[in-house]
Design a protein around this ligand. Sequence first.
Ligand code: AMP
Length: 577
Amino acid sequence: MKFKELAVYFQRLESISKRLDMTDILAELFQKASQDKKVNIEEIVYLSQGHLLPSFKNIEFQMSEKLIHKSIVLATGKPDELIEDMFQRIGDYGEVAQKLCKIYIENLSITDVYKKLTELVGFSGAGVVVKKTEFLADLLKSISPIEVKYIIRIILGKLRLGVGDPTFLDSLSLAYSGDKNLRKHLERAYNLCCDLGLVAKILFSEGIERIKGFEVIVGCPIRMALAARMPGAKEIIEKIGTCAVEAKYDGFRCQVHKNGKEIQVYSRNLENTTHMFPEIKEGTLAQVKNKNVIYEGEAIAYDPQTGECLPFQTTVQRKRKHGIASMRKLFPLKLFVFDLLYADGDLTDKSYEQRRKILTSVIGKGDVLEVSPVHIVKTARELENIFEESLREGREGIVAKRLDGVYKAGGRNFNWIKLKSSYSGELNDTIDCVIVGYYFGKGLRASLGLGSLLACVYDKKSETFKTIAKIGSGLTEDELVKFKKMLDKIKVNSKPPKVDSLIEPDVWVEPKYVIEVQADEITRSPVHTCGKAQDKDSGYALRFPRTVDKIREDKDAQDATTVNENINLFKMQGRKT
Ligand code: AMP
């Protein structure tokens, strides 16, 4: 199959926004590709996602717009100014190059292009910039304009076909069996390895039975289980009965994979953060005896003088690319281990009780890893006591866990229920919102260039972002300036297709950054689209919203609080913990 054909599919996908249509087009693509023996289906999946490998592999082209610009100059012989001028007008180097690159020699297959892009990523050492620009220029000279457009977008990380993971899964099922009934098996496998390409490859080469029996792979991150919310201890006991209660630590989630001496640490959004936390690597090697293990915990910085745990704002400073050694001395980490997903075999289908039993035998004594203490409670009173104690110890609240609950990868469900301290307002939890645009503001704020943010939550069903608030509080002047700079890098000319909004900000941005927002309450509102699908007259809005945490780097746009969670929070309001 030729790459040109794939580019035409990209163009078709780009021109539509309805999920069902996208599913049909992708299914057609996968079906066609699966009949061609020369095609590696995983390459199609990764390229359609805008990558060369699953994103947790952190493969980057390391080519800026400036370098792309140079390659276009080299490939076309057109003057710098003309290209710059076109870019200013069009705002997309993919389209600029498509218009200028007219020389068309080869008819490359998908695998040829995939190999060339892999080669491009692999350049290193002296003269790497020149090597990359020249290599790309040669590639641009040999392919057709439509291919040029999408290759440049992939290299810049801007393919953005708007296809979400559920759409991929539906279309794989449709392509393989003619209906979407296999989606649940494919989704389970995907949640266990976070590698859609691998799932597609196994499906088409080994069949659905292998997918049904899919097990976790040490080294491939597992999509993390998330906690549901309930208003109070009484409701929790009514829902799950006798349960295990652990403190809710306010740090960052780590999923640690040990494969012999190889250690990988994944963040909540499955980024490979191993290099940031050398003590977790050392601690795992020193304290975990089994050869192959996957465990999860919450990392918190502590004061090396007193041993006391430090607040989230301090812990989060450990998430950095540079200055790791000095920060480690200042704020070393402790990892409170709370779950075990693999120990020389897959444990995700075992009950919480069984996993915990094995966990205590797997984690040995030492300075970094500490198994989180558990209390088994039968009554709401007992649960409340532990909740209070946890708050006194400076924790964020508790997480109650169903004793017979399996580890449900990738889902928020009632196997884990979190209960947090009540804030002063009625709403007893923060909302994670995605920024989709900003307003210039008035007065001083106008001079800073940014007055308020348009914020959305995520609607899983339609895979779109629904507006819930305009946020003007919580950011200092310096932060407003920084936010503007950061958002301007991802601004787009019109409303992104995945955003559902009745209001128009001064500047639209790609839904990318998640901020944690506190509000006094959730109210009904005709202005916002959150919940409008459920109730045509009125959506939901945040009253007096303010940012409490800046960018939640551990969350992707799709990890924002969902519309359904907001509706549940709305119903829980006013019921005290
Ligand atoms: P939230 O981010 O508010 O949805 O709360 C769930 C998060 O709490 C998880 O993703 C973990 O990072 C964190 N957490 C802290 N302590 C625990 C614990 N004992 N068990 C599970 N999750 C915990």
